[in-house]
Write a protein that binds this ligand. Structure first.
Ligand SMILES: [Fe+2]
Ligand SMILES: [Fe+2]
Length: 270
């Protein structure tokens, strides 16, 4: 069972890079299950119903999110209708949408769980380590593969979670920083892990946003709204994980990085 996992998709250029990859190199990967983080997919902030549908039309199986999930007001009204657009599971009870769900593929049950870290982030969420314990106990008897998107700022919190979930989740991947880390590995033969998959977005930016706006913040201390550039040479980051369908253990984890000059993306519609 091959998983293709894509980190934070940043706005229109990020969606184009995803489409380009899936229609070229991605095809020959013959993956079985595609997960992307969509928290920045609509103009860099949040996700709309239209963008959700675009990602589904590209063949995405599950869309995870994070702290930007509520940036678009309309998300509150449609997230509850979907089974495959997740928001962090450690939001308190009563918050709309699902934090995890179970999917069928090739005769196996796959649980995808979205969690958000607490360090330097939203302090009103439940402890994601304990949320994971609770969900895992509930799903353990009826799932074969557990995948976690741990959306967090601190590398330390993500590494701690990867080791904590070892042997329970077969895949733990980090998102949110938009910068890929080079620490992908299989921990003790049990859990495929990476601290951050990295973004799909315009490369010469500050985490996907116009760098001039970002530099201005550092020069003035005044925070104004950031924007995703309309166009630009784009980087695409992803992770491939193979799970052995008999042992249900991870057997391969591989980082992918592609660079698409804008000329190659210009004609694509997303
Ligand atoms: Fe993000
Ligand atoms: Fe985030």
């Amino acid at each position: 069972m091959r998983f293709l996992i894509v980190g934070d998709i940043i706005g229109n250029p990020g969606r184009r890079a995803l489409k380009k990859f899936l229609s070229t190199e991605g095809k020959s990967l013959n993956y079985d299950f595609l997960i992307v983080n969509g928290e920045n997919a609509a103009g860099g902030f949040g996700i709309t119903k239209k963008v959700y549908q675009t990602l589904k039309d590209l063949g995405v199986d599950v869309i995870t999110t994070g702290n930007h999930v509520w940036d678009k007001k309309e998300t509150f009204s449609f997230i509850g209708e979907t089974k495959d657009l997740l928001r962090p599971a450690n939001f308190p009870e009563g918050v709309p949408g699902l934090g995890w769900n179970i999917f069928d593929r090739k005769g196996l049950k796959i649980a995808v769980i979205n969690l958000m870290g607490l360090t330097f982030m939203n302090p009103y969420l439940e402890n994601p380590f304990l949320t994971f314990d609770r969900i895992y106990e509930e799903i353990k008897p009826r799932v074969d593969i557990v995948v976690v998107d741990f959306h967090a700022e601190a590398t330390s919190e993500k590494q701690a979670f990867g080791l904590y979930a070892k042997g329970r989740a077969q895949i733990v991947f980090g998102t949110h920083t938009h910068v890929p880390t080079a620490d992908e590995r299989i921990i003790d033969g049990e859990t495929a892990y990476i601290t951050d998959v990295g973004m799909s977005g315009v490369r010469d930016t500050v985490i996907g946003m116009n760098f001039k706006e970002s530099i201005s913040l550092y020069l003035t201390g005044i925070k104004k709204k950031f924007h995703v550039p309309d166009k630009g040479d784009t980087v695409f980051n992803a992770l491939v994980v193979d799970i052995d369908e008999n042992s249900l253990k991870p057997v391969k984890v591989e980082r992918i990085q592609k660079f698409y000059p804008w000329e190659e993306l210009r004609g694509l519609s997303v």
